[in-house]
Design a protein around this ligand. Sequence first.
Ligand code: NIG
Ligand code: FE
Length: 424
Amino acid sequence: MRADIVIKNISQLITLRGENKPRTCKEMSQIGLIEDGVVAIKEDKIIYVGQGELPSEIVVDDDTMIINADGKTVTPGLVDPHTHLVHGGSRENELDMKLKGAKYLDILKAGGGIHSTVRATKAASFEELFNKALKSIDTMLELGLTTIEAKSGYGLDTENELKQLRVAKTLNENHPIDIVSTFLGAHAIPMEYKENVEDFIDIIINDMMPQVQKENLAEFCDVFCEEGVFTVEQTRKILNTAKQYGMKPKIHADEIEPLGGAELAAEIGAVSADHLVAASEQGMKMMADKGVIADLLPATSFNLGIGKFANARKMIEEGVPVALSTDYNPGSCPTENIQLVMSLASLKMKMTPEEVITAVTINSACSVGRQDEIGSIMIGKKADLAIFDSHNLSYIIYHFGINHIDKVIKNGKLVVDNGKKINV
Ligand code: NIG
Ligand code: FE
């Protein structure tokens, strides 16, 4: 078989080979490392993975692109399963409030926080939202991300929730990054519904969800289950209805207060529970039993300054599969930098480099339901690869705060070279 692209002499080829299932406990350390690795690609698929030289059945001709990855580390394209990509405006005004001691939930209660981004998102046109998000996904691609999830949640009315989701859909169709959409109409309670939350839930269920389904705008549905936002009861109702509309549940669970979001995620069979900084031990056990993925977002803990990170060690030891995300959003985590998240996961949550790379590849692919196509470097999988200018995996995590990417291959095409997006 003729190869279109060959990557050879790879110092560390991290394949993550194995079953297309969420990995936990010791499995999170088994990364399928090959030294002096070689990968061959034809069209958008991986056709060979091995060590040393290519076998004779893989044909290389003058048109084959040969990439010499001597001194470099190759991983599956990174996957970010939790972002609030599409939104208007920014919230640097909150920095000063934070420095003076204001708390995230207090800012929200006073009509700021998510509400201020809702105002900016409503005021923004489709094109403005598109162009702002485009800048962010260009950055993400250059950082090694090849698939991301993107949530709505800054419209909080039917027209503007749909606007956000349509922007994500159009970006997906026009950019190398694959975007998996999540409907997050239950991200905050609009100020005008403070006294009659059930009326707002009725709109989510009876107006927003049917239209999201009709236009096929979201695969997942998420709820911000938090003190002063949606209760466990309300979250259960919203997500059980979402299932009837063909959306798989995710939950912003136990981010700040231990409300029982982890337990609810297990009860309703959510694909993931995200944040979990305040999750109970019982909740973690229930998640392990049901195979709910923990999407952890350490850059959010860092940026909120709450002095507490999710207990990743306990989760991994209890058998919960852990994924990692940026949580990119304008309030609690204004960064697209998944590599920074990887360093924080290691430094602040004591995850090993092997666990970290598992969390941002195969486990995060599972968290967006794409495990059969992406998340590991195996024959037949999509040719989505990240090439790091680093001799080994540990160095990427240890030398923090910079972009280590040299090249990114997406769907079998070179889309980033020398750390910069190229036109394809
Ligand atoms: O995941 N917690 C809720 N949603 C986001 C923050 C959104 C915002 O502050 O704009 C989060 O932290
Ligand atoms: Fe979030």
